[in-house]
Design a protein around this ligand. Structure first.
Ligand SMILES: Cc1cc2nc3c(=O)[nH]c(=O)nc-3n(C[C@H](O)[C@H](O)[C@H](O)COP(=O)(O)OP(=O)(O)OC[C@H]3O[C@@H](n4cnc5c(N)ncnc54)[C@H](O)[C@@H]3O)c2cc1C
Length: 375
């Protein structure tokens, strides 16, 4: 019986586990995860902060449902991959052998090097335990601030606003918000809707130092802040792979079969990079996990992942983007919604839609087609 070991117990790991069980091949499966209650729906962490979800709804029976299969969950941290012996060494000093290994170690929140960053009222939001700490600290906060107005920063700020009922300020180093997903005009349209929801934005700004009750901005201005959430992007967790001598760029390099530079080791999710893409999105975690698990079973599978689809499902300020932006833009706008079509000649190369969730299904199919007035 082949033994497949998965390091990590997040979304990618769970998807890989499901695929392997579904194939019903005679396999012994081991998942090594350092978070006790994982996997859980990480994108729903803001709902825990808001108070919309409680723990019992947040943690379904996760891995319990796989117990009857040939499956073992080890709640421990993998500290080394020994490729010669084909073993994974755990923090507890135990050693787990494998025939095929899948690395699904995800990513971690990036913490910028700012004077005062290690104080207790400075937070990141990546895990359940982060959310628990945030909820506790927020109860006594009057001046919450979020550094970074990307999607995670915005979602977290809205959750904080709903929990505390106070205005939340976001500090953004770029000249406009969601600058990777939207152009300036679409960004301004969204910003107005988010301001109506209780957020305010300080753009072209960064933090020079963090004090107990205030922050000092890079222009020298000081503002009240007794709670700071850092939302400055993520870094793929690649140290195990790097130490084992696997090829790593921004993340662990995988080919179209989700195979790393070692033929018996596969990688998926936030820790993997395919065709220079490392989008840190659930859609990529699912696709790369599907291919990694089938490949680990020696079943032919190829990655089918091109341009990432992006969505932020905030009521009255939802965003959906697909494809890429160009300088030739046609807009369709009304009071509440804005759709931007990005063209090359008359072909649609990209679409962004604000408050038009109904387009989510159809937009991807429009990429590469001719633009028509009735779109
Ligand atoms: C607040 C928030 C909101 C988000 N919203 C969205 C969204 O709306 N849409 C979207 O597409 N994506 C969203 N994401 C991103 C999405 O959650 C990730 O892309 C996804 O979780 C990646 O899954 P993964 O399994 O690769 O990594 P992770 O979910 O990070 O899981 C990796 C797991 O491996 C464990 N691990 C790491 N190293 C080791 C080790 N050495 N030994 C044992 N265990 C280890 C970690 O503790 C972790 O439990 C959001 C993320 C956050 C934090």
């Amino acid at each position: 019986m082949k033994k497949i070991v998965i390091i990590g117990s997040g979304a990618a790991s769970e998807r890989a586990l499901k695929e392997i069980i579904r194939e019903n091949v005679d396999t012994f499966l081991v998942v090594i995860g350092k978070e006790k209650n994982a996997p859980y729906p990480r994108p729903r962490l803001p709902e825990l902060i808001e108070g919309k979800l409680d723990d019992s709804a947040f943690f379904p029976d996760a891995l319990e449902k796989y117990r009857e299969k040939n499956f073992l969950f080890i709640n421990d941290e993998a500290v080394k991959i020994d490729r010669d012996k084909k073993t994974v060494v755990l923090k507890s000093a135990k050693s787990i052998s494998y025939d095929r290994l899948i690395i699904a170690t995800g990513s971690e929140a990036f913490i910028p090097d700012i004077d005062g960053v290690s104080q207790d009222h400075v937070h990141v939001l990546r895990s359940y335990s982060d959310a628990v700490r945030i909820k506790k600290d927020l109860s006594s906060s009057s001046y919450p601030v979020v550094l970074g107005a990307g999607v995670l920063g915005i979602e977290a700020a809205l959750a904080i606003k709903k929990r505390r009922g106070v205005n939340v300020r976001l500090i953004e180093s770029a000249g406009y918000i969601l600058s990777r997903q939207l152009d300036e005009k679409a960004s301004a349209f969204l910003e107005k809707r988010l301001e109506n929801l209780g957020l305010s934005f300080i753009k072209n700004a960064s933090i020079k130092s963090i004090k107990e009750k205030s922050i000092v901005l890079s222009d020298g201005n000081e503002m009240d802040s007794d709670f700071l959430l850092l939302s400055c992007g993520v870094r793929s967790s690649v140290s195990l792979a790097k130490d084992a001598g696997l090829e790593v760029n921004r993340a662990i390099v995988i080919n179209s079969n989700a195979q790393t530079s070692d033929k018996d080791i596969f990688a998926c999710g936030d820790c993997a990079e395919y065709n220079a893409l490392c989008p840190s999105l659930i859609s990529f975690a699912n696709e790369s996990a599907r291919v990694a698990s089938l490949s680990a079973l020696s079943i032919k599978a190829e990655m089918n992942y091109e341009s990432p689809v992006f969505s932020m499902l905030v009521p009255s300020a939802s965003v959906f983007t697909v494809g890429k932006m160009t300088d030739n833009v046609v807009r369709k706008e009304d009071e509440e919604s804005l759709v931007s079509y990005y063209l090359s000649d008359s072909k649609i190369l990209g679409i962004s839609a604000i408050n038009r969730q109904s387009m989510m299904m159809s937009a991807s199919k429009m990429i590469g087609t001719e633009y028509r007035e009735e779109n």
